[in-house]
Write a protein that binds this ligand. Structure first.
Ligand SMILES: [Fe+2]
Length: 259
């Protein structure tokens, strides 16, 4: 498996706070069956990373430590960019690097905000050849309240990433229900860990894959952690599935008891 969203670099954001912790995170990932991790430190005003040069330097430092410890995980460079008006300039200056130098840019929004307000920014990125991956899509309030909003995003070519931990209910029932609904409607294009530490938010994917398999079948679930992330790090095209329409429940159905 390949995990394209992990805060594994030491001392650069709210993820690993030391090289030892980075190594422990990779050890957890390897035990879980993860062979490749993309280091995606937050790149925003509150977490200035120093850009691609610093990210690659730290990724190299972590890789050397993993090789010494014989932990079979490859660490690649990337970022979790902040989807705001400065993003075009940050991408151009290498402050918000894409995943492994590919066309794919992992981006997050403020949890309360809708990406639809940034349609122009999305377009400007697209004309520069950037494909946006929206991080942990199930965690945004606007998606939880109106999941059909992401159909438009998918149709605009945005790749939708769901946290594996959401499928096992770690952040709560609402993100879990949203993640399940997105999966069932072809609106979860890949799973990643969004790991921040070896213990609290670990880089594990397998339990999420098992949960996904129960909803969409084993083969489709594996592609969310194998085929799709491999295409991303290899800068290959992804064929996104056609979203299925989300049927709203009639208001009186909310008053029924579930069987
Ligand atoms: Fe993240």
């Amino acid at each position: 498996m390949i995990d394209v969203h992990a805060h594994i670099l030491p001392g650069i954001d709210d993820g690993a706070d030391s090289l030892a912790q980075s190594v422990e995170m990779a050890r957890v990932a390897a035990t879980d069956g993860v062979a490749g991790l993309v280091a995606t430190p937050h790149c925003s005003n509150w977490a200035f990373t120093g850009g691609i040069v610093e990210i690659q330097r730290l990724a190299g430092e972590v890789q050397t430590a993993l090789d010494e410890e014989q932990i079979p995980v490859r660490v690649l460079s990337g970022s979790e960019a902040y989807f705001g008006p400065e993003l075009i300039g940050e991408v151009a200056r290498g402050l918000a690097p894409t995943l492994n130098g590919s066309r794919y840019l992992l981006a997050e929004l403020p949890l309360q905000q809708s990406i639809l307000r940034f349609a122009d920014l999305l377009f400007q990125l697209q004309v520069r050849g950037i494909v946006v991956i929206l991080a942990h899509v199930e965690r945004y309030t606007f998606v939880q309240e109106r999941p059909e909003a992401v159909i438009e995003l998918a149709q605009r070519g945005v790749v939708l990433q769901v946290n594996a931990s959401s499928l096992i209910g770690v952040p709560g029932s609402r993100p879990r229900a949203t993640a399940e609904l997105l999966l069932r409607h072809n609106l979860a294009h890949l799973l990643a860990s969004d790991a921040h530490s070896p213990v609290q938010r670990p880089p594990r994917l397998s339990e999420g894959v098992t949960a996904a398999a129960a909803l969409i079948g084993g083969e489709a679930a594996r592609s969310l952690v194998e085929t799709v992330p491999r295409a991303i790090v290899e800068d290959a095209e992804i064929n996104l599935p056609e979203p299925l329409p989300i049927k709203r429940r009639a208001f009186w159905e909310f008053w029924r008891w579930s069987p």
